[in-house]
Design a protein around this ligand. Structure first.
Ligand code: FE2
Length: 754
């Protein structure tokens, strides 16, 4: 690996007059920083090449370098206090659902443990058996059941120790209670051990102790993968009979009265990092690094699948060793965005000793200002969803391809060496569950202008959206740029001043607030130019408590990277039902006229053929200068055509407005382009080797009330064709015809259907 030089910002979008901070890590002794406006990213020699504009600001300069580390792993921390530090005799109890019991490392469950070997810890040992660790700093003792727990099964786990008598009880009981289950075991013995919890360490759940090595890339030692439900601490050694009562779910205060120290109830505050102690002493805790909440507990009956209806059945938290909410780096410099600086996609450019990085962010229009005619909405939630996706590492698709067919970008190779930068919403934590939260407070390594996507061999997401920026500049449009988060926060207030909203190439992740704003914008006469594919697809939430985090639950249907576990389709951060907008009655077709139809990445992309709707007088303005027979977009920087990557099509059954004109469709896609799974209800032999009529991109146009309108192209690749032949081509011409008509205050051509 070459020297590290990377960073992130404290926000993805900033207004003139506001400040933005830059966090940087590097091995270089020093580096230069400057502000650039990003214009074009893709370095493909067949295109315009990389373009940026230097902007002189206060961040210009040489800066000392330092290495900063990110630390993954989620756990709960409860501050030390007299009640905890005085523990000598005790009982620890919880229900647990381990996902990687045989990972080969100890995994803490409930611990007040210090690296000096003092304290208490209920843990899974290296072999995946329940263990109790006892120590006073001079001597450490570990006791084990020697029976490996089975993955993804609920267990009742308890340990008690009487410091005077040395009596120790260790119980692991598999809750399904299969007869003769070898993983259910109780141990009762008298042992020699001493305990002191006066180590000033906090009590941790899902970890054994806090690390002391500053270069360590884990947030704690002994991180646990799996769920914990209803952990408790008692200040005496309960008897076997009392432990049996806990196993039968008798409330802990009824079992132990005043000897109950704490009873943490994860069913409370499920949208939050707060962890409530429902016991008498209120030893509340905090969840670190965003473990997954709103997950089913050991008592989930499956009668209700929404945690808000039966919170008591959702008393678990799912912890992962690879969760990350905030890398927590120190800021190296900050920019006060000059008032009057044009809106755009910018980056702090960092360079030194031949290394370079761009840390991108959006400069939005001034707050409350009335905008110009065009707003380009940068799909930053899609960037976050795909941020640090580790597709190239280990996917069978790539393994099965001929060598050299897919070559990862150097940034992907760097990312592979930085597991601590965490993953995308397309990845699985090490325990095989799905990653449902993505944070912007970490290096977003593939959100870089020059990043060459492994599938498209060109720009995708940020790199592809810069095709639009470059083209808007070339054509001399007056436009502003805003981020998804701006639309989420400001709603219609952001859009109200504009005639046209232009989307990016892949606006896939939309919140309810964004969709509502778009619907209102269109109803009030706003105009939408949807210049991409697979848009408006996933229900997405912004965490109100941690607005740098988005959440997406994949649900159980749709074209998806993973399945939500049963009962875990609702978002913890907002409580809303996740999955595809289609299954909440808001298919993309309703706002865009088209919705996700097909995807594939191995074949050349074709262009579009005009359809009868393109000759309707309502659409004549779109096709000015285009002949009847010409193929539209049979060229481009990605796959050689405008209809490729992810495609959308018309579907009246899913809400495409009845008066929508089908302007053009692609055809002749290669065999690697497959229809989306949500359009098929069952498999049968007729699905093999078919010529799929639904594998196509549809270009559509329809009017909305008050002289609004929607133009959609239905393909991620569309904008990669804009620059062909010196920006003089039919993709460019059609896009220009639309924006010219949409951005004037003149009425659109007459609507024959009105
Ligand atoms: Fe997509």
């Amino acid at each position: 690996m070459t020297a590290e030089l990377t960073g992130y910002t404290d926000k993805l979008s900033v207004a003139p007059g506001e400040r933005i901070r830059f966090m940087v890590s590097t091995d270089l002794p020093s580096y230069n920083s400057t502000l650039v406006r990003l214009v074009h990213g893709d370095q493909n020699p067949a295109g315009p090449g990389f373009k940026e504009e230097l902007v002189e600001t206060e961040i210009d300069g040489v800066r000392p370098g330092r290495r900063q580390v990110a630390r993954t792993g989620s756990y709960v921390v409860v501050s030390d206090c007299a009640l905890l530090s005085e523990v000598t005799s005790f009982t620890l109890q919880a229900w647990i659902w381990p996902t990687t019991p045989q990972i080969g490392e100890a995994q803490g469950l409930l611990s007040k443990w210090s690296a000096d070997g003092s304290g208490i810890s209920l843990a899974l040992g290296e072999e995946g058996a329940l263990e109790l660790w006892l120590g006073d700093g001079a001597a450490t003792s570990k006791f084990t059941t020697e029976r490996t727990l089975r993955a993804r099964e609920w267990y009742f786990a308890a340990a008690s120790f009487h410091s005077q008598t040395g009596r120790l009880v260790l119980v692991q009981w598999q809750c399904s209670d299969w007869p003769s289950d070898p993983s259910s075991v109780s141990i009762e013995e008298t042992v020699q051990a001493r305990v002191s919890c006066r180590n000033s360490r906090p009590l941790l759940m899902a970890a054994s102790s806090l690390g002391t090595d500053p270069s360590y890339s884990r947030a704690a030692l002994g991180l646990f993968n799996g769920k914990i439900d209803s952990p408790r601490l008692f200040k005496r050694a309960l008897t076997s009979d009392e432990i049996e009562l806990l196993k039968r779910d008798i409330p802990p205060d009824e079992v132990a009265g005043v000897d109950l120290v704490a009873s943490w109830d994860f069913s409370q505050d499920q949208s939050s990092a707060h962890v409530t102690d429902a016991g008498p002493h209120q030893l509340h805790g905090a969840a670190v690094n965003m473990p997954t909440r709103a997950v089913t507990g050991r008592n989930w009956t499956s009668t209700e699948a929404d945690h808000k209806q039966v919170p008591q059945e959702y008393g678990a938290i799912h912890f992962h060793e690879d969760d990350l909410e905030n890398a927590g780096w120190q800021p190296e410099f900050e920019l006060s965005v000059p008032v009057g600086l044009r809106s755009g996609i910018y980056a702090a450019r960092l360079d030194g000793e031949g290394q370079e990085d761009h840390v991108p962010f959006i400069i939005r229009p001034p707050r409350g200002a009335t905008g110009g005619p065009i707003l380009f909405l940068v799909p930053t939630f899609t960037y976050l969803a795909y941020a640090n996706d580790r597709m190239e590492a280990g996917q069978s698709f790539f393994a099965s391809q001929p060598e050299g067919k897919f070559t990862p970008d150097p940034l992907d190779l760097y990312l592979a060496q930085r597991p601590e930068f965490a993953m995308s919403l397309y990845d699985n934590p090490s325990d095989g569950s799905g990653c449902c939260y993505s944070s912007s407070l970490r290096p977003l390594v593939n959100m870089r202008p020059k990043h060459r996507h492994i599938l498209t061999k060109g720009g995708r997401n940020l790199g592809a959206d810069l095709y639009v920026i470059d083209w808007l500049d070339q054509k001399g449009y007056d436009y502003d740029v805003a981020a998804d988060g701006d639309l989420h926060d400001d709603g219609l207030d952001l859009l109200g001043g504009y005639k046209v909203l232009v989307t990016g190439t892949h606006p896939e992740y939309w919140t309810a607030q964004m969709l509502a704003a778009l619907e209102n914008f269109l109803a009030q006469g706003g105009r939408l130019a949807y210049l991409g594919g697979n848009g408006f697809y996933w229900v997405t939430s912004v965490d109100p408590e941690r607005p740098h985090v988005i959440e997406c639950r994949r649900g159980m249907a749709g074209t998806r990277a993973w399945d939500s576990a049963p009962g875990e389709c609702h978002h913890s951060t907002t409580g809303e039902m996740g999955g595809l907008w289609r299954y909440r009655g808001k298919a993309p077709n309703r706002v865009a006229g088209i919705g996700f139809a097909a995807q594939g990445w191995s074949d050349p992309a074709p262009g579009y053929t005009r359809q009868p709707g393109s000759f309707d007088r309502r659409a004549a303005f779109i096709f000015e200068g285009i002949s009847a027979e010409e193929t539209i977009g049979d060229f481009g920087l990605i796959y050689g055509g405008a209809a490729g990557d992810e495609l959308d099509r018309i579907d009246f059954g899913l809400g495409t407005p009845r008066h929508t004109l089908l302007l053009a469709s692609s055809s002749g896609h290669g065999p690697s382009i497959s229809p989306v799974i949500e359009d098929y209800l069952q498999t049968d032999s007729s699905l093999l080797g078919r010529d799929w009529p639904n594998v196509r991109a549809d270009m559509v146009y329809f009017e909305t009330p008050n002289d609004g309108a929607v133009f959609s192209v239905g393909s991620i690749c569309w904008c990669a064709s804009l620059s062909h032949n010196g920006y003089d081509n039919n993709v460019s011409r059609i896009t220009q015809n639309v924006l010219d008509a949409f951005s004037t205050s003149e009425k659109l051509p007459p609507n024959a259907s009105r």
